[in-house]
Design a protein around this ligand. Structure first.
Ligand SMILES: [Zn+2]
Length: 293
């Protein structure tokens, strides 16, 4: 694993996720928080127009606007914005970055979640370190979800997403803000230790990871109208096991719709507000335990 020379921290990739926006403003006014001796730290607001409008995006989700050839040349504000960010920070840009930390919040009860696009030794080492310093952090592997290719953080070869919740879009929460800030700093500390060859704290011997498998939509009629809501017993229960036959949705006539799948899954992003339009009621994951050497 090579040396890290430049790190980019981004917030407001989704314009109404205010913790990331204010974290970036805080880092701009207090640069010592994110300055480290062995690499350069840059910050950027992902989607300035959407931030000004307090919306997730203007024309298209910016975090789905990077990378794949079919998307290049598409029109709309976020496609232009992605091109600007790519020219600035991408592999062939003016200031190519080696690592991106992208800050998000969710209306789901995720707590503090690290989003991992790859399970390389370097990423696992980083997450083991963060898990040791902040034991309550949850790990979510997005491998297979498409975010490796089209997300803002895919600008860099190495990256991490920080997702905190539950939080209504367009609002702040002091505790989640503070946690976001300290996890950014812990990540930078790890990168600094990596560059300087400093031994990190003793990592945990195993890591529990929630691996993305699939998504489930709400029951809908032929016109796309919702026929049911998340069942009250499932609301806020991110990471809890879901077995076949357990209540999953509740219709407006109080009829229980159970989970039909054969395998036990561990749903996350349950009832995320921004996912209604994407046809996602929850993401299904598999719980995996990694033994570390
Ligand atoms: Zn987001």
């Amino acid at each position: 694993m090579d040396r890290i020379n430049r790190v980019l921290i981004t917030g407001g990739t989704h314009g109404n996720e205010m913790i990331g926006v204010y974290a970036i403003k805080t880092f701009l006014s207090q640069p010592d928080l994110v300055r480290r001796s062995s690499f350069e730290t840059l910050t950027a607001l992902g989607n300035p127009e959407a931030i000004a409008a307090n919306r997730r995006y203007i024309d298209h989700d910016l975090n789905r606007s990077f990378g794949t050839p079919a998307q290049l040349g598409a029109t709309g504000y976020e496609w232009q914005r992605a091109a600007v960010l790519r020219e600035q920070f991408g592999p062939k840009g003016q200031q190519p970055v080696d690592f991106v930390i992208d800050l998000h919040s969710t209306t789901s009860n995720t707590g503090v979640m690290l989003i991992l696009d790859s399970l390389s030794g370097f990423t696992l080492g980083l997450t083991a370190y963060i898990s040791r310093v902040h034991p309550g952090v949850k790990l979510y592997s997005s491998e297979g979800s498409g975010r490796q290719q089209d997300s803002l953080r895919s600008l860099a070869p190495h990256r991490i997403g920080i997702e905190v919740g539950p939080l209504a879009h367009g609002t702040l929460n002091a505790e989640l803000f503070q946690k976001t800030k300290t996890i950014v700093q812990t990540t930078l500390d790890y990168l600094e230790h990596h560059n300087l060859g400093v031994a990190n704290v003793e990592p945990p011997t195993e890591l529990t990871l929630y691996q993305y498998i699939d998504v489930l939509d709400y029951p809908r009629d032929g016109d796309g109208n919702l026929l049911a809501m998340i069942h009250p017993q499932r609301q806020w229960q991110d990471y809890a096991p879901l077995w076949q036959g357990e209540p999953l949705f509740l219709t407006f006539g109080q009829e229980v719709i159970p989970y039909q799948g054969n395998a036990t899954v561990y749903p996350v992003f349950i009832n995320e507000a921004a996912y209604y339009e994407k046809g996602i009621a929850l993401c299904l994951t598999e719980k995996r335990v990694y033994q570390l050497e």
